[in-house]
Structures are given as C-alpha cells and as structure tokens.
Design a protein. Sequence first.
Lengths: 122, 844
Amino acid sequence: MRVLVVDDLPSFRRAVAGVIAVADGFVLAGEAVSGEEALDFIEDEAVGMVLMDVNMPGMGGLEAARRIRCRHPDITVVLLSVNNTEDLPRDAMVMGAHYRHKDRFGPDELEALWSDGGRVNS
Amino acid sequence: MERRGARELLAGLRGHEIIEIGAPEWERLRTYIQADLAGVLVAVGWLIVLRLLVVDDAWLVVIVSLLLVMAAFLVRAVQLIHRFRRFAAVVVFALANWIVAVAVTSMVPFALSTLALAVLLPVLVAVQHMNHARLAAMLGATMLVGTALVVVGTVHGGVGLEDQVPPGVTHALAIAFIPFITILVSLAAWQNHGMLVARTEALQESRARLVAAADRERCQIERNLHEGAQRRLLAAAEQTREAWLRLDTDPAQVAPLLARLSDDLQEASAELRGLAHGIYPPQLGQYGLETALRAVAQHAPLPTTVRAFGIGRYPPEIEINIYFCLLEALRNASRHAGDGATVTITLQDRNGLSFDFRDTGAGCFPDAIHQGTGMINMTDRLGAIGGTLTIDTRPGGGMRLHGHLPRAVLESAGVRRAAEERGGAVRAALEAIWYVVARLYTDLQRSTHPHPHQYIATGLWAILGVALGAGTVSVAMFPGARVPWLPALAAGCATVALLIVLALRVVRRDRIERAIGISAGITWCYALALTAMIPSALPYATLVTVSPVLLSVAYLPRRRFKVIMGCTIATAVAITLAGRFLPGVGFERNAPGWVVSATVIVLVVLGLTRASYLAWHNHVMLVARAEALQESRGRLVAAADRERRQIERDLHDGAQQRLVAAAVQSRVAQRLLATQPADVSPLLAQLSEDLREAGAELRDLAHGIYPPQLAESGLEAALRAAVRHSPLPAEIHADGIGRYPPEIEINVYFCLLEALQNAGKHAGEHATVTIDLRDQDGLSFDFRDTGDGASPDLLRSGHGITNMYDRLGAIGGTLTIDTGRGAGLHLHGVIPNAAAPVAGDGKT
C-alpha cells in the first residue's frame, strides 16, 4: 500500500518513513508538510493511506482529513496526535478517519491498521 | 437549592456577605439600597400612623402605596445584586428613587426640599460601579429628573394634603429626612474617597503579586524540566548507546533493552506533555476556552459539567486568564469541597463574558476566603484583564464564583459582538444631555480639566453672583415695598460679596486643603443665610451643602474628610431648622409667585449641575489614577502569558517531537533487529545522537526560562553567564553585592538581560557594554553602552523599555533612562531596601 506522510516536523516524518520501510506491505508514496500540500499530492498521485498530524500550521490535519474523506472516500486516513482523542472538540472529529496516538505508533500498529481494515479505533 | 418566594425575599433582605477581594463594592452598593429601603419603610410607618391618628385623606394612601412599590423595587435591586447584575441593580435603585420622588413631590410640594438630594443619591452611588458612558447617561437622567422634580414641586400646587396636616408633622419629617439623605450622600462620597485610595494600593499589591507568581512559576518549570524530562532524555541516550555497543558483543540482550527504551521514551514523552499542558494547554490555543475546559472537566477528580452559551474565540490573554482562573477554582474545589460534591461551570457571553462556577461542596466561612491565596490569585488574574471576581459562600452552602469581563473590555480587546444592548437610543440621548450640560458648565469654568482651585473659585463666583443679584433686587424693590427687611438683606449680601472677594484672593494662592476648608465654610454659611432669608430656597441649600464633601473626595486626606462630613451633616440639620422655622425676609410674600418659582427652579438646577459635575469629576479621577497601574499590570500579565505560550510551543515543537520520533524509531529498531539486524547499528547511533541533542536543547530552554545560577549563586554569577552569550563585549562590576530576595534578583536579572539584548540589536557592532551593580540603601544598577543611542520618543514607544519599567515598578523600584543620538544609552535602576512589600505573602 502506498502511504503519504504529512507532518510539519521533519523529525517525525523521518521516523514514520522508517516505520513504513520496515512494515510489511507498505511503500512510502511521499511526504508533505501541510494539509494543503497533502491535498495537492493526492490529486496527482495514487495513494492508499494518509498518515497525518492533527496539529499543523495552515488548514490543519482535521480539515485536510475532512476534505480527503470527502473527495477520496477510498483512501484510509489516519490522524496522529500527541493528545488524547477525547480532548478534541466533539464537532472536530472527522467521520471515517482513524485516530492514533503518536507515542504508541510503530510498525506493529501500522500493520494492525491494515489487517483490521482500519476498523479498530483507539 | 434555589430558594423561592417569601424565603428568598427574606434571605435577600438579610443578606450574607458577598466577597470581592480588594474592592468590596457589591457589599457597599447593597448597603446603600438597604439604607434607602429602611428610610422608605420608616416613611411608610410614619404616614400610616398619620393616616390613623391625624388626617383621613385618600392621598395619604396613594403615597403609602407608592412608597411600598418603591420598597418592592429596592428589594428587587438587592436580588439583582445577588445575581451579580450590578448595573441593573443601580438602574432599578435609581428608577425607584426618581419615580417616587417626582410623584410624591407632585402631591406634596413641601417634600421637594427632602427629595432634591434623593434624586442625586443614585448617581453618587453609581460613580464607582459604572463606566464613562453609563455614568454620563445616568447624569443626564439625573439632570432631567431633578429639573422635572423642581418644576413639579414649585409650579404644581399639590393636592392640598399639607393644609390638613399639622405643621409639626411636616417639620418633623423634614428634620428627620433631610439630614438622613445628607448622611447617605456623605457616605457615598466617603466611599468614593476610600476607593480612590484603596484602588491604587490594591492595584500596586496585585501587580507585585502577579509578577512574583509568574517568577515562581518560571522557577518551577525550570526545576521540573531539569529534574524530569532532561534527566530522562540523558538516560535514554545512554541506554541507546548501551544497546548499540551490545549489538556486536551480546545481541540477545539488545531486544529487551530496546523494548525498555521504547517504553521509557513513551513515558518521558507523556511526562513532558503533562508539563507542557500545565504551562499552556494546547487545546486553548487551537479550539478555545470551551473545548479546553471540557478537556479539563473530563480529567477532573470531581464530576464536572461545563455549559457554554454564545462563547466564541477571544484574544489569548483573555482565554488563558479565564482558563487558569477556573482551573484554580476546580483545584480548590477538589481539595476543599469534599467527596460527593459536583461542579458546574457556566460560560456565557452576554453583555460581556462571564463565568459562573458552582460546587455543591462544604462551602466555608467568608473569613477563610480572605486568608487563602487561591482566591486572591484568581482576583488578580481576572483584574489584570479588566474583569472582576465575586465569591459567594456559606458553610454547608457550597461555593459560587462569578467572574465577569465587561463588554467594554472585550470591545477594547478587539472582540466584536453583534448583540446590541437594549435601550441604546435612550442611553445615547441621556448621554447627549449630560455632555451638553457638562459643556455649559465647563465653559463657565473656562477649562475642561479644571484644577480643584478652579472648582472652588467657580463655586464662590456662583455664590457671589447670587449675593449680588439678591442685593440688587432688594435695593430695587425697597422704594416700592418699603419693607424694612430689604435694606438689611442688601447689606447682608454686600457683606457676603466682600467676604467672597477676599476668599477668592486667598483660595488662589493657598494650599488646596486650606482652600477647600475656606470655601466649604463660606458655602455652608451662605446656605444657612440663604435659607434663613428665603425659606423656599431650602432644596437649593441642601444641594449647596453637600458640594464641599463631593469636592473633597479626590483631594483631602481621610481625617480631614471626616471633619468635612461631620460639618456637612451639621449644616444639613441647621438649614432644615432654618428653612422650617424662620420666617424669612418676606421674599415669598412680597414677590410675585412666578418670580419665586423661577428663582427656586434656576437655583435648584444650578445646584444640581454643580453636584453632578463634581460626581463626574470624581469618576474621572477614580478611573485616571488607577489607569496607569492597571495598564502596567495588564502588560505584565500579558507578557507572562506570552512567555508561557512560547515555552509551551518550544517544548511542543522541540523536545516533545524529538521524543515522539525517538520512541517511533526505537520500535523501528526493534523490528529491524528481527528482520534486518545489519541495519540496526546506524539507526541506533543516529538515535543516540538525536536524544543527546534533544537533551542539550532542553537544557538551553530551561536555562532561558530561569537561569539556575541565579538561585544558586546570585545575580552577579547569573549575569556573568548571560554576558558570555552576548554578541557585544560586556564588563560587569559588582563589588559588595550580596544576595537579595529572589523576586528582586530575578527582576533585575531579566531587566538587565532585556537591556543587553536591546543593546545587541540596536547599539551597533562596535559598541561595548558596562554594567555596574552597587549596594547603597538597597540595590542599584547602571547599564551603559557606547552605542548609537536613540531619541527618547523612540525609546518610549518600544516594548523593551516598558517591560523594564513594569518589572522594576512591580518590585517597588525605579528606572531612569539617559540617552540621545550618538550618546549611547545609560539606564539607572534603583530598588530601595524597603521595596517589594508583598514579597512575604507572595510565597505562601
């Protein structure tokens, strides 16, 4: 599966790229530093999954996720955050997106997302 | 539980203490309304007795019912205070007084002399409760109602009730009520006087407390970072290195090491996040107050409900201060409210932003509130952004906190709300009336910002005018009327005029206190003489009598103010007796009716204008004196909050992200160990390096928050360390410098750091800096650079210098700046020995 990594911080993009490299069946499709850039990327390239930070300058991860789900319902969107999901405002939750904690993210969790078809929500 | 009906009414009448730390204004407002209510009830009792024993007239019943309606209004006003609707309470109080005053005067014109002052009372009470616009509207209304009152009282003959009542009864009523209302007016002036002093002092203390709290916080953050995240990062780097070393020698041990590393990193990240969250919750910046509070409510130890009505986004300084206020309240509640208590937080944006925090816990005695620092912190925080906090609690009755940020504060902070206040047009009209009156009055004084001497002179000129006018009239009338009183009156007037001319000369030259004393004496003698000669001028005389006490509000010390108050009340009694019992010179009998009416109307309106203008002036003084301090306090709090936000961002974008990435990398390493062991070594080397860098970054950050040398070795060592990183060569002379209280050391340190940074930015490349620290009756410093200097105007407009002023001001010090183009910059700061008055209580 081709994965797009979206985060404004290079250190985390590098770490996630490492995870994708070692996890079975995943290929890094590209990296983007903002929601806007991610949307442009998806228009041009085929992507199966988007791993995206919630807090980014510009439109932010939640808005970008909403637009991706709207235009490309077939893409799995995984939102990564250092905060707990329940601390997000209720109306900000995006339908159909998955939420994962950055602290616990790793190859195991990425593969679990795939094997469950992304149905398990944290 | 909500009380209903009669019980609520009784509870409202009895009242329990409402606490507003630093400014117990609600309590005072309620006292006035209750005193007014008592007066009304006494009047009702009197009239009922009159109706039963002496006069059987239906009009008496009408008056009694009117007074009862007024009493109901006043009870309503007290209730409004309990619901924290101060403005509404003042309006209800004023309307009750005004409507009844006009109605009663139209029925029994003799009440005019009592009620002229009653019309003025609400605005005097309102002086400290209203903003400029509202007070102006209220003064406009006072002028209108006062004019209506005197016109109704002199032109309309009444319903003939006075003829049926024995004169003793009306005498007694006047003798009791005129001094009573004079006492209320004097008390209102006394409290305005107290507020003028108390507010400045309270602001100074609150500013010092806020700065001390911010500095303690910095110190705490530095300690937490140093002992927590920083150590964990170094340990993790060490662990990674160990795993890397063992790759070749003992590969079997590497997998468990890596597993532990990833757990440790996850824990460290959570800890750091907790710390950053405590400094500034990220939800607050991203989603606003409501979401941040909901997140807090979810983790609170007590079941907490958050309700929000019409809440939008506000400038960060408002959001963060309200947030921390409520956080503190929640902490207090979970500590003291007891198990089984629940908390409800209501946020509302209506005529300003307000919050209501209620718990169903144990409550406490009001005294306990004054002792704790929690409530004082909250009051300081809210006060710094222009809001107020009111606390309402009783043992067993839970705790209720009400915070309010007026609409005007939101608007000046750039928040726009579409909701229009009701009655805007009426208010604007009343405001316009007041501004016209004020313009006329100031034109008369020939100055818009008159010195108190000017007020006194204006008052004396007015009396001189009346005396000369009366003298001229009596001389002119003498040939026709042949009344022997007239020449005597003319002679009296001439004497008064002469005295005033003499007094005017003294007043212009002498000290303000003596000037006020002289003018007060003349004013009272004039009031007494006028009433003795023309008894129908009594309503004007009552207004004249209170004007010295209103004038004194801003200028006299407490002891002298009490003397003025005492004399005012004595004069009120004297003029009432004179007005009721002396026959006068026969002006009323001899002059045509319309002349008497016109004279009384003109005089009363004149007196009312002067009294209203003095009230307005007191309001302006009250606001102006506090303004500079208020602004300085607001800036300090805003700076501290900006700093918190910056620290949180630095932590979030720096160390925390590195930790998260490291945790993910460690899992990648674990996986690689199983599948491609050859690739693990470079990854671990990189990881170890990353963690070391993150540790160093965190150390620098902590150092910037609070330099550890400052607490350990004092000002000199910390400054020497700071100078090493400075781009300009700097020398420090610090002979005989010891240790000082921490709040002095940190403020002087940051002040000089700011100066050093400024010099680095603006002084030019070749400049050098000298810092001299000395201990002479306290700590003083001189900061000199050999740079380009700057024009004083430019300096004043910059943030850096204002920060320094605020910081030093908060610890009781002063800063002097000496600079010019090309002359370098010289800062001289002094912190006297007795400075930092609240340093002691700030530590609890």
